[in-house]
Design a protein around this ligand. Structure first.
Ligand SMILES: [Zn+2]
Length: 199
């Protein structure tokens, strides 16, 4: 059961990994920004808050910003420009970022940026990582499943116990070392997939 859940998670991870690679290629041509716009209340009055995911220039990022709400006009200008509250998706041609004088940490494509409080924002921070790093992490589980399958088929081919690697040529039905029972469905027919269970 746990194994099955892990395999399912690995399959999802593999799809996300492939999507990240596609997004990486796209990010050098088109920047994507998906965010959620929420109303919020600040000391200065009603304002807006945005939570977003970005993809651009080979980097995936997360951003959160909150308007200072100094002027209600600011909020209305923002809404007029970006539409209604809720989810939004913007995409535009990729342009390298121009860092301002904000507090920024940058190493090997990883970035952490903190801006404000300023005239416009009481809070703005963003964190980014290269698509490659995200894809590598997402590839871990699928790689584990692939290696496990490779090890299993290699043991089957060599007539070794799939569980512990014990030589089963003398006892092909059951592993004397760990008790794993090997049953072959469709005996005498073309090579069938062995069903392995343990006691
Ligand atoms: Zn065994």
């Amino acid at each position: 059961m746990t194994r099955r859940l892990f395999n399912l998670a690995a399959a999802v991870s593999l799809v996300l990994c492939a999507a990240t690679v596609v997004l990486c290629v796209r990010s050098y041509f088109t920047q994507d920004y998906v965010y959620r716009l929420l109303p919020c209340q600040t000391a200065a009055g009603p304002s807006y808050e945005a939570w977003g995911l970005m993809s651009g220039g080979g980097r995936l990022g997360f951003q959160r910003l909150r308007s200072s709400g100094l002027w209600m006009q600011d909020t209305q200008t923002y809404l007029a420009k970006h539409g209604e509250w809720g989810m939004h998706w913007h995409h535009y041609p990729y342009a390298p970022p121009r860092w301002g004088n904000e507090n920024i940490w940058y190493r090997m494509g990883f970035v952490w940026r903190l801006r404000g409080p300023s005239h416009w924002f009481t809070l703005e921070w963003s964190a980014g990582a290269p698509h490659g790093a995200v894809a590598a992490i997402l590839a871990l589980a699928p790689a584990t499943v692939a290696l496990r399958g490779l090890k299993r088929s290699r043991r089957l081919n060599r007539h070794l116990c799939v569980r512990c690697g014990y030589d089963l040529r003398a006892t092909p039905e059951r592993c004397p070392e760990c008790g794993t029972v090997v049953t072959r469905s469709g005996e005498g027919k073309a090579p069938a997939e062995p069903i392995v269970s343990s006691r």
